[in-house]
Write a protein that binds this ligand. Structure first.
Ligand code: HEM
Length: 328
């Protein structure tokens, strides 16, 4: 009798355990080594073409990955178009008229589908493309963990609530990152992505004319930088006028973003808060990166991997979309 119960137990465990293992499946760098060995070079080529056509695309793709990961995890939910029954993330406040690069992901996905149909998720393509964006801009390389599946849904409301806003103070930024399992140090490190790319005037106008209802500019802005920004961004109108997030080397991935923060030259409130809020935990990291490009280049990959690990979808909770804009 006892042997029979043990045998039943073993059979049951054999059925249940693999299920548990796949639900907790870890991402791995060699996930497509057999099923799609060319995926890395296809994505890299796609990104090279895109960045050659438009330098800013590196920044746009890097941001797209961030905005994907903070909403239901890195599951390509941001890539889904709205349907009659689902309002997706593209029209949420932080994304509308702002996130870009969808056509680039489509083109890369189409090339990947030609070589390995139905194998590589859109979420993994975005993770690889974001890494390549950094490398193509002169930043550090890292091996991307892969094996994510694509979501069956998107969330307009989570996109509005989870993504940080440019006007937010340090405590709010810290808590929005903590809600995703990311540390204070990850916040400072990942904000260094603002070493490349552009922002619209509407996202920093308040700092130039009427900060916090004071009818005065933000006092943490350097005077010369303030004058420069007022030229680009009038007190009314010109909402879509662009300024570089890092004014010194705006297309180069380097540590100058942090040096600029020390001099009152962060573009968004959320940038300058990392230094001017006098929060010791963030100020020390800013100072470290401003002094040491090597330290920033060592830690940026670690924080990107941590962000890329947010709630990966595995098993039947997700799928490999054929077209990144629609579920299969
Ligand atoms: C800490 C909180 C953050 C806030 C409040 C924030 C906010 C913003 C805003 C408002 C813009 C300009 C959008 C526009 O004007 O249309 C922007 C651009 C950008 N963000 Fe962030 N961001 C944050 C963190 C991050 C992170 C973690 C990354 C990536 C790891 C990132 C990457 C970028 C890039 C590369 C751009 C330029 C995009 C382009 O030129 O198309 N940001 N961000």
């Amino acid at each position: 009798m006892r042997t029979r119960i043990s045998a039943i137990r073993i059979v049951l465990l054999a059925i249940i355990l693999p299920g548990i293992a796949s639900a907790n499946a870890q991402l791995t760098t060699d996930f497509y080594i057999k099923s799609c060995p060319s995926v890395q070079s296809i994505v890299r080529n796609g990104m090279m073409v895109a960045v050659r056509n438009e330098t800013r695309m590196a920044a746009s793709i890097l941001r797209l990955f961030f905005h994907d990961c903070f909403v239901q995890g890195c599951d390509a939910s941001i890539l889904l178009d709205d349907t009659s029954t689902m309002q997706g993330e593209k029209t949420a406040f932080p994304n509308a008229n702002s996130v870009r690069g969808f056509e680039v992901v489509d083109a890369i996905k189409a090339s990947v589908e030609q070589s390995c149909p139905g194998v590589v998720s859109c979420a993994d393509i975005l993770a690889l493309a974001a890494r390549d964006a950094v490398v193509l801009s002169g930043g550090p390389f890292w091996n991307v963990r892969l094996g994510r599946r694509d979501s069956l849904t998107a969330s307009y409301s989570l996109a509005n609530s989870n993504l940080p806003a440019p006007s937010e103070d340090i405590d709010t930024l810290i808590s929005k990152f903590a809600a995703q399992g990311l540390s204070v140090s990850d916040l400072v490190t990942l904000s260094g992505a603002h070493t490349i790319g552009q922002s619209r005037c509407v996202n920093f106008r308040d700092r130039l004319y009427d900060y916090d209802g004071s009818a005065q500019p933000d006092s943490t802005l350097s005077a010369a930088y303030l004058a420069q920004l007022q030229n680009v961004c009038p007190s009314s109108g010109g909402d879509d006028n662009l300024a570089p997030l890092e004014l010194t080397t705006p297309t180069r991935f380097d540590n100058i973003y942090y040096k600029n923060l020390l001099n009152g030259k962060g573009l968004l409130t959320s940038d300058q808060e990392l230094f001017s809020s006098n929060q010791t935990s963030t100020v020390s990291v800013v100072q470290n990166y401003a002094a040491s490009s090597r330290s920033f280049f060592t830690n940026f990959p670690t924080s990107m991997i941590a962000m890329g690990n947010i709630s990966p979808l595995t098993g039947s909770n997700g799928e490999v979309r054929i077209n990144c804009r629609v579920i299969n």
